[in-house]
Design a protein. Structure first.
Length: 160
């Protein structure tokens, strides 16, 4: 009888350890998931861009110009974010970064509108908003990880 109890306890402990190991290997229990490499991000960006060009029916000659503008915009955004990461963790800094991003996007939107024309630009803006909404939905399913870290999920906190 005593051996059965010991075996049952050992079995329960082993099952618990095995279950947690499998859970951890899937990455489900960790917020420290590996970030995609720059190459993986670039590949995903190119695939998304190709899909957008096809959906919006952007001609090949315009695709080259739009891709160059979007690449430059992305590099500028990354530079702003890198500067912010290396700076102080201050809500005011995050507000400034958000404003810089909005200003940068507005400046590039003017150039994109010139390149695409009014009609295609309006389609591009609608496409961009749909992508942002989808990303917001995915973030929501992950438990609003950006909350309290300068993300937009703060419900408009800090705005005057």
């Amino acid at each position: 009888m005593r051996h059965r109890v010991i075996r049952a306890v050992v079995l329960l402990v082993l099952c618990g350890v095995a279950g947690q190991t499998a859970y951890a290997q899937r990455g489900e229990g960790s917020r420290d998931r590996e970030r995609p490499t720059p190459e993986q991000r670039q590949k995903a960006r190119q695939e998304a861009r190709a899909k957008m060009f096809e959906e919006l029916q952007i001609p090949n000659e315009q695709q080259v110009l739009v891709a160059a503008l979007l690449d430059t915009l992305q590099m500028e955004r990354e530079k702003i974010m890198e500067d912010a990461r290396n700076g102080p963790r201050d809500p005011e800094v995050f507000r400034m970064v958000r404003q810089q991003m909005e200003d940068l996007t507005a400046a590039f939107d003017v150039r994109l509108k010139e390149t695409l024309g009014e009609e295609k630009f309006d389609l591009f803006v609608a496409h961009r908003k749909a992508e942002q909404a989808e990303r917001g939905d995915r973030r929501g399913r992950r438990g609003n990880r950006g909350e309290g870290r300068g993300g937009r999920s703060g419900g408009g906190r800090g705005r005057n």
